[in-house]
Design a protein around this ligand. Structure first.
Ligand SMILES: NC(=O)C1=CN([C@@H]2O[C@H](COP(=O)(O)OP(=O)(O)OC[C@H]3O[C@@H](n4cnc5c(N)ncnc54)[C@H](OP(=O)(O)O)[C@@H]3O)[C@@H](O)[C@H]2O)C=CC1
Ligand SMILES: Nc1nc2c(c(=O)[nH]1)N=C([C@H](O)[C@@H](O)CO)CN2
Length: 237
C-alpha cells in the first residue's frame, strides 16, 4: 500500500514550496494547494506533487477545496496549514473586509479542513499523523501595521490547543511560529538590515530552518499542543 500523502496549503512558493520539495526528497507523496496558476507549478508537478487549486477567502471556497481533496486521496499522513495572506491593516472602508478575509484564510480554513479531514488522517496506516499550523511570532506580540494578521494568527495558535486536545492520541497537532524567515521580493537592503536587527541572531535564515522544525514535529511521537518558536530570539531584543 502506497504511503499516505502530506498536504501543504499554499505550497506554490517560498516556505511551503521549500517544505513540499524537501518532503518529496524524504520520500513522502505531497499534495499542495495553490491560489494562482503559474509556470513554477509545472516544476512541482514534474516531481509528482499533486497541485489542487484553492481560495480560502470564502467558506464556499474552503468547502470546495475539501471536496476536491477528498476526491484526490482517501488518507493523509499530515496537514500543514501554511497558506497565509500577510496583508497590512486597511485604514479605509476595506478594513472590515480585510479582517474577515484574514480570519477565513488563517482560522476558518484550518478549522474546517481539520474538522472535515480528520477521517483522512485517521485512515492513514502509519503510526503517526500530524496537523501543523504555521503561525507567527507576532501572534504573541501584536503588530502596529498588521493587527488583523496578528490577531488571526493568534486565533490559529489557540486552535492548536483545542485540536490537540480533541484529536489526541491518534493525531498530533502543533504550531510553528516563525519570524523573518525569508524577505519579500520588494524588500530592499535597508529593510533587510532593519529586520535583521529585530532578533538576537540578526540573520534572515531562509526556509531550511522551517523544514528542520517541521521534520522535528513529523518525527516526534510525543509532542502535541505546542507552538515551536523559530524566530532568532526576537523575545530577547
Ligand atoms: N516568510 C516569513 O518570513 C514568515 C512567514 N510566516 C508564515 O509562514 C507561512 C509561509 O510564509 P511564506 O512562504 O512567506 O508565505 P506566502 O506569503 O508566500 O504565502 C503562502 C501562500 O499562501 C497562499 N494564499 C494567500 N492567500 C490565500 C487565499 N486566500 N487562499 C488560498 N491560499 C492563499 C498564496 O498562494 P498563491 O501564491 O497561489 O496566491 C501563497 O503562495 C505563512 O503562514 C506565514 O504567515 C510567519 C513569519 C515569517
Ligand atoms: N504570509 C506571509 N506571512 C508573513 C510574511 C510573508 O511573506 N508571507 N512575512 C513576514 C515577515 O518576514 C515578517 O516576519 C518580518 O518581520 C511575516 N509573515
Amino acid at each position: 500500500m502506497s504511503a499516505a500523502p502530506i498536504l501543504i496549503t499554499g505550497g506554490a512558493q517560498r516556505l511551503g514550496r521549500h517544505c513540499a520539495e524537501r518532503l518529496v526528497d524524504d520520500g513522502h507523496p505531497v499534495i499542495v494547494s495553490y491560489r494562482r496558476e503559474r509556470p513554477e507549478l509545472e516544476a512541482l508537478r514534474r516531481r509528482g506533487i499533486v497541485t489542487l487549486r484553492a481560495d480560502f477567502a470564502t467558506e464556499a471556497g474552503i468547502l470546495d477545496f475539501i471536496a476536491r481533496l477528498k476526491g484526490e486521496t482517501r488518507s493523509l499522513r499530515a496537514i500543514v496549514h501554511n497558506a497565509s495572506d500577510w496583508a497590512p491593516d486597511s485604514r479605509d472602508e476595506q478594513a472590515g473586509a480585510t479582517f474577515e478575509r484574514l480570519f477565513r484564510v488563517h482560522m476558518l480554513a484550518p478549522y474546517l479542513i481539520n474538522l472535515h479531514c480528520r477521517e483522512l488522517l485517521e485512515a492513514c496506516g502509519e503510526p503517526q499523523r500530524d496537523i501543523v499550523h504555521m503561525t507567527d511570532y507576532v501572534a504573541q506580540k501584536g503588530s502596529k501595521k498588521h493587527a488583523a494578521y496578528a490577531a488571526t494568527k493568534a486565533g490559529l495558535e489557540n486552535l492548536t490547543l483545542s485540536f490537540a486536545a480533541m484529536y489526541a492520541p491518534e493525531i498530533q497537532v502543533n504550531a510553528i511560529a516563525p519570524a523573518l524567515i525569508m524577505l519579500g521580493e520588494d524588500d530592499d537592503e535597508a529593510y533587510a538590515e532593519q529586520a535583521r536587527a529585530k532578533s538576537a541572531m540578526a540573520m534572515v535564515p531562509g526556509p531550511g530552518v522551517i523544514y528542520q522544525s517541521l521534520r522535528y514535529l513529523l518525527d516526534n511521537r510525543y509532542v502535541t499542543g505546542i507552538t515551536l518558536p523559530v524566530d532568532g530570539g526576537r523575545h530577547l531584543r
